[in-house]
Ligand binder design. Structure first.
Ligand SMILES: [Zn+2]
Length: 266
């Protein structure tokens, strides 16, 4: 036999020194000449070494022990009554559980527990990874849904105002619209404006009837056109105008640069 070992646990079993007979011979005939398998064996040795090294500190949980013992003592699939089983010829253990049984007979239980822990640990790591990805995806979708709901609410509200911002003379070209609802404290900005110079940002401001301008976010670009955005503002602020100014990159707490686009709230 010269093919790759077909059972993934062979690498761990070999690394533990419990692969025997023909299987061991076939394994040794193939693996040193196969780079992929040699790497798998090196990984298996690393795992075993790591776990063996930490074994005195990491006691397998009671659940792991019990599960292992149950599998070690479990009857072969399709076993009948105890009486039938007792009269049956001893059969060669087959499959994954059978190999566990064989391993258990050949090596100290501690080593089997280590090997078993490796398997559980790999499964757990994979499950945790998958769960994490699913949760992140779910949160992203939830956030998008929330935003879509807010946009719809903003557009449908009768007291939402649409403000058109026009380029100021000598300034960058642009055409920007802001939808603003004072009661909801929500604004949405859409349109386009020529990209800001290097190390500068365009910043949108709500200019209230009274008091200082309130930042309503920075213009961002995604592969060209301006990225529309929605912003939560303090509710109940009557707006006199919306304006976009040119500011140092990242924006400022209060406007410092020239007004590029302005739109009065009529
Ligand atoms: Zn191979």
């Amino acid at each position: 036999m010269n093919g790759h070992p077909t059972r993934p646990e062979d690498f761990d079993l070999y690394a533990l020194g419990v692969l025997e007979g023909e299987e061991k011979a076939a394994f040794e005939a193939h693996v040193p000449a196969c780079a992929a398998c040699a790497e798998k064996l090196a990984e298996a040795r690393g795992r075993i070494a790591l776990l063996a090294f930490s074994a005195p500190r990491v006691e397998p949980s009671r659940a792991v022990k019990e599960r292992l013992m149950r599998q070690i003592h479990s009857a072969p699939a399709g076993a009948g009554t105890q009486r039938e089983r007792a009269t049956r010829q001893p059969e060669r253990a087959e499959g994954f559980f059978g190999r566990w049984w064989a391993a258990a007979a050949l090596v100290p239980v501690a080593a089997v527990l280590i090997l078993f822990s490796v398997r559980l640990w790999q499964q757990n790591t994979r499950l945790i990874d998958e769960l994490g990805e699913e949760r992140a995806e779910l949160q992203k979708q939830q956030a998008q849904l929330d935003e879509a709901r807010h946009v719809v609410a903003l557009m449908e509200a009768k007291d939402t105002r649409t403000v058109a911002l026009a380029s100021q003379p000598g300034m960058a070209k642009g055409d920007v619209r802001v939808m603003y609802n004072a009661k909801m404290g929500m604004a949405m900005c859409d349109g386009w404006v020529d990209p800001a110079p290097a190390n500068k940002s365009y910043q949108l401001w709500l200019v209230p009837m009274e008091g200082k301008p309130i930042s309503a976010g920075l213009v961002e670009y995604s592969n060209g056109p301006m990225k529309p955005w929605m912003v939560k503002l303090p509710p109940g602020v009557e707006a006199k105008a919306f304006a976009i100014t040119l500011e140092p990159e990242g924006g400022m707490p209060q406007p410092t640069g020239p007004m590029v686009l302005v739109g009065p709230v009529s």
